[in-house]
Design a protein around this ligand. Structure first.
Ligand code: Z5A
Length: 211
C-alpha cells in the first residue's frame, strides 16, 4: 500500500490556519484521498491534556524548558498513536502545526537554541517530517486583528507583538532554508484569493509537483 502524505499548516495566530485547513481537506477528499486531521499540541486524549497545561493561564509559571518538553511530549503521543499509523495505512494526514511551530515559537520567540530543539525533534520523531509544510503568512497586526475578534486570550495570545514578530521572522527564515518542503501563502489578501491559491496548491501536490 502506498504511504499517505503528511502535510502541516503553520503560521502565527489569526493568519487563517483553521479556515484554510478546511479548504485543503475538502480539496483532498474531493480528489478521493482519505484524510485525517490532527493538531498540535494535541491530537490524542493525553496530548490534549498536555495542551490544557500549555494553553491555560494558571498561577504557576511555565518555564521555557518545560514548555519545549511538553510540546514534544504531546507530539510524541500524536506521532506514535495517530500520525504514523495513519500514514502507514495510506491515509493523508493534515496537521495544524508541527515541529516548525516549536522552532518558531520556542526557538524564534523565546530564544531556545535551534540545535536543542532539533536534537529533541530527532529523538521524538526521527525522519517523520511533513512532506509539505504550508506557511500562511501575514503581518503580525493583520493576524492580531483577526484573532482579536475572538474570546479570552490564552497563555500564548497574551504575548507582546515583538514576540510574534520574532516568531514570524523565524518562520520565514525556515521557509527560505527548506524551499523544497515549505510553500508560503500570503494571507493578507481576501479569503477568496487565498482559497484559490490553496486549491491550486492541492492540485500541484496531487500532481506530485510539490513533493
Ligand atoms: N505552539 C507553540 O508555541 N509551540 C508548538 O510547538 C506548538 C504550538 C505546536 C496553539 O496554537 C498555540 O500553541 C499557538 C502556538 C503554540 N499560539 N499562538 N498564538 P493554535 O493553532 O491552536 O492557535 P492559534 O495560532 O491561535 O490558531 P487559530 O486560533 O486556529 O487561528 P488561525 O487558524 O490561524 O485563524 P482562523 O481562525 O482560521 O482565522 C482567524 C479569523 O480570520 C477568522 O475569523 C477567519 O474567518 C478570518 N480570516 C482568515 N483568513 C482570512 C482572510 N484571508 N481574509 C479575511 N479574514 C480571514
Amino acid at each position: 500500500m502506498e504511504r499517505g502524505k503528511f502535510i502541516s499548516i503553520e503560521g502565527i495566530e489569526g493568519v487563517g490556519k483553521s479556515t484554510n485547513m478546511a479548504t485543503l481537506v475538502e480539496c483532498l477528499e474531493t480528489a478521493g484521498r482519505k484524510v485525517l486531521t490532527t493538531r498540535e499540541p494535541g491530537g490524542t486524549p493525553l496530548a490534549e491534556d498536555i495542551r490544557d497545561i500549555l494553553m491555560n493561564r494558571g498561577d504557576e509559571p511555565v518555564p521555557e524548558i518545560a514548555e519545549v518538553l511538553l510540546m514534544f511530549a504531546a507530539r510524541s503521543f500524536n506521532v506514535n498513536n495517530v500520525i504514523v499509523p495513519a500514514l502507514d495505512a495510506g491515509t493523508w494526514v493534515v496537521c495544524d502545526r508541527f515541529t516548525d511551530s516549536t522552532r518558531a515559537y520556542q526557538g524564534g520567540g523565546r530564544g531556545i537554541p535551534m540545535e536543542t530543539i532539533d536534537l529533541v525533534a530527532d529523538w521524538v520523531h526521527g525522519d517523520t517530517w511533513p512532506d509539505v509544510t504550508i506557511l500562511l503568512d501575514a503581518p503580525v497586526e493583520v493576524g492580531m486583528e483577526r484573532a482579536g475578534q475572538r474570546s479570552e486570550p490564552d497563555r500564548f495570545e497574551q504575548e507582546r507583538n515583538e514576540f510574534f514578530e520574532r516568531v514570524r521572522e523565524c518562520y520565514l527564515r525556515l521557509a527560505m532554508s527548506e524551499p523544497d518542503r515549505f510553500v508560503v501563502i500570503d494571507t493578507t489578501r481576501g479569503l477568496n484569493e487565498v482559497t484559490n491559491d490553496m486549491r491550486t496548491l492541492v492540485a500541484q501536490i496531487l500532481a506530485d509537483n510539490v513533493l
